[in-house]
Design a protein around this ligand. Structure first.
Ligand code: 5AD
Ligand code: SF4
Length: 368
């Protein structure tokens, strides 16, 4: 029928095709989501895996222009959660049947931080005897540090490229060594080389970003042969430099819509990878994450950070804050059941693409 249905039927989609599809409306938009959902069901089943997200420190040495916990935002209280409290949250997640956790923090690169994380990984291993999948999201580090954490049991790593347009990247970050686009790509390569299931992603609806940029983001992730994708709408934060461009933004609804389309296209292009329905979607619409599952996502990361720290991890405006450690899990369980999606408990829920990639390139991974 229409142009978009024809494009979706093509074997290889070009950047231009992808940009056109990102503009789909009405019945054509429904076709896109239907196709992505079918793909998720055929590659990943009608199942969603939950990862308990612990934002264990908001200390960050970087100054990304979009982020509420950037170093120069002196209006927030900085925290670092003691290991004992992190372990308590993990215990709650395990008791509720979660098979994996994500440890996230601002970016710090120091020997003390590396050691602290290694020590924490050892304590988690002692408590769980390897029965828990561990993902790290701790920013740019040297390959040596990535290797150390891998050897302590971390198996997945998330490092968003944020945007793959290097010029736009430069507009979003200070011009210094600490915020180099090339270095970030190098880190993604190091992670793959070390043997991590490697995740990346972008923000959607950034000032100055075009549909063609987003199409290029999709092609980048496919060409990098990424195992996991986590992406979501950009949401302006009043206490950041990028806030001055808020008048140039698409409406929040349009950013949510584009994010859902990006998720659908990622599923269509990359079949068997893991795709997260991220919290920023929920900041725009309370059902944003469930909408993403209907558009092809298969991972949700309920926040299990101890309640009293949550307000201080304010990357963007309207980030949802629930008081109790398992409140988000309980709410998600209810809404996913209503949506007819099954939650896979007590499983790692690894990216299938990772194992295929590993068998295709025998040189990756340390414990082949
Ligand atoms: N809007 C949406 N996402 C944001 N992040 C940081 N600031 C914002 C914002 N204002 C995302 C970045 C980062 C992740 C931890 O949070 O993509 O990689
Ligand atoms: Fe730090 Fe990450 Fe925020 Fe950048 S996006 S300021 S690295 S927490």
């Amino acid at each position: 029928m229409e142009k978009i249905a024809e494009l979706l039927g093509k074997k290889k989609l070009t950047g231009n095709d992808l940009a056109i599809i990102l503009g789909a409306e009405g019945a054509e938009r429904d076709d896109l989501f239907k196709m992505a959902k079918q793909k998720r069901e055929s590659y990943r089943g009608n199942r969603v895996h939950l990862r308990g997200l612990i934002e264990f420190s908001n200390v960050c040495r970087k100054n990304c222009y979009y982020c509420g916990i950037r170093k120069d935002n002196h209006l927030i209280e900085r925290y670092s959660i003691p290991d004992s409290e992190i372990l308590e949250s993990i215990r709650i997640a395990i008791d509720r049947g979660l098979g994996s956790i994500v440890l996230q923090s601002g970016e710090v690169s120091s020997r003390a931080f590396t050691r602290r994380v290694s020590g924490l990984l050892r304590k988690i291993d002692k408590m769980t005897a390897g029965s828990l999948g561990i993902t790290l999201s701790l920013g740019e580090q040297s390959e040596e540090v990535y290797r150390e954490w891998f050897s302590e049991g971390a198996r997945r790593y998330l490092l968003r490229i944020e945007t793959t347009n290097s010029e736009l990247y430069r507009k979003l970050h200070p011009a210094d060594n600490r915020h180099s686009f090339e270095r970030r790509i190098g880190c993604l390569r190091s992670l793959q080389k070390t043997g991590y299931q490697t995740g990346t992603g972008v923000m959607i609806g950034l000032p100055f970003q075009t549909l063609n940029d987003m199409a290029d983001d999709l092609i980048f992730m496919k060409e990098m042969d990424i195992d996991m994708v986590g992406m979501g709408p950009y949401i302006e934060h009043e206490k950041t430099p990028l806030y001055q461009f808020r008048k140039r933004l698409f409406s929040k609804e349009a950013r949510l819509d584009l994010s859902l389309k990006m998720i659908a296209l990622t599923r269509i292009l990359m079949n068997n990878i893991n795709i997260a329905a991220t919290t920023a979607l929920q900041a725009i619409d309370p059902a944003g994450r469930e909408m993403a599952v209907a558009a092809g996502a298969n991972i949700i990361m309920p926040n299990i950070t101890p309640g009293r720290y949550r307000e201080c991890y304010s990357l963007y405006a309207d980030k949802p804050v629930l008081p109790g450690p398992s409140d988000d899990i309980v709410a998600l369980e209810e809404s996913l059941i209503t949506a007819g999606v099954l939650i896979a408990y007590n499983e790692f829920g690894d990216s299938e693409r990772y194992f295929v990639r590993k068998s295709e390139h025998q040189d990756i991974g340390r414990n082949k």
